[in-house]
Ligand binder design. Structure first.
Ligand SMILES: [Zn+2]
Length: 197
């Protein structure tokens, strides 16, 4: 098991995850979102796909036992543990434009998108190839009739976690989200560790 690593508030990182490794994402203080991206380590054209995943799961809220598919319909990650049960896979990573359009009174920030693009650049990932992320702990309830969605504070409490098993060798991007509304009004770090069975 690796040591627990901290992603400081409003930042991001990227790393390799080998097939069989388990990535544990922890919310150390509660109510903090972490955007997760996955790319096939041997072919960056294969990326995590919310659309494929929703199609096969027939649900938008995913938890333990659910599988996250790629754009080529291969399983990239399986959720093997989840102490929260509410995550979002609808919304794209917050970005400079999110702040420009949704947070007019706040200084703009490059957001999860900019943090992911910078962290993934050394691995050869182009910003235009960044898809919708799996947003750990993000709480986006959807009205079943109208489809109207809300961004509410996460349901996660201090120490809550979600764990993913890699089903192929992956390049993973992971953030501590930078958008106020997603995180209950404040910015906190995210912790993660990699368990190698
Ligand atoms: Zn974000």
């Amino acid at each position: 098991m690796s040591e627990t690593i901290e992603i400081p508030e409003r930042s991001g990182t990227a790393f390799k995850l080998a097939k069989g490794d388990v990535l544990v994402v922890i919310d150390p203080k509660g109510q903090q979102v972490s955007d997760l991206l996955a790319f096939n380590a041997s072919d960056l054209g294969e990326v995590i796909s919310s659309g494929r995943t929703f199609d096969y799961a027939e649900r938008i809220y995913l938890t333990t036992g659910d599988r996250l598919f790629s754009n080529r319909s291969n399983v990239m990650l399986t959720i093997v543990d989840d102490s929260v049960g509410r995550h979002d896979f609808l919304l794209t990573p917050c970005s400079y434009d999110t702040f420009r359009l949704c947070y007019e009174n706040e200084p703009p920030h490059r957001g999860c998108f900019g943090n992911l693009a910078a962290a993934l650049e050394p691995y050869g990932v182009e910003p235009d190839h960044i898809p919708s992320a799996f947003n750990c702990f993000m709480n986006v309830p959807v009205d079943g009739e109208t489809g109207k969605l809300q961004v509410l504070p996460p349901l996660s409490k201090a120490g809550d976690r979600i764990a993913f098993r890699a089903e192929i060798d992956l390049i993973v991007g992971l953030t501590a989200c930078s958008a106020k509304d997603s995180n209950g009004g404040s910015f906190k770090p995210i912790h993660y560790r990699i368990e190698r069975p």
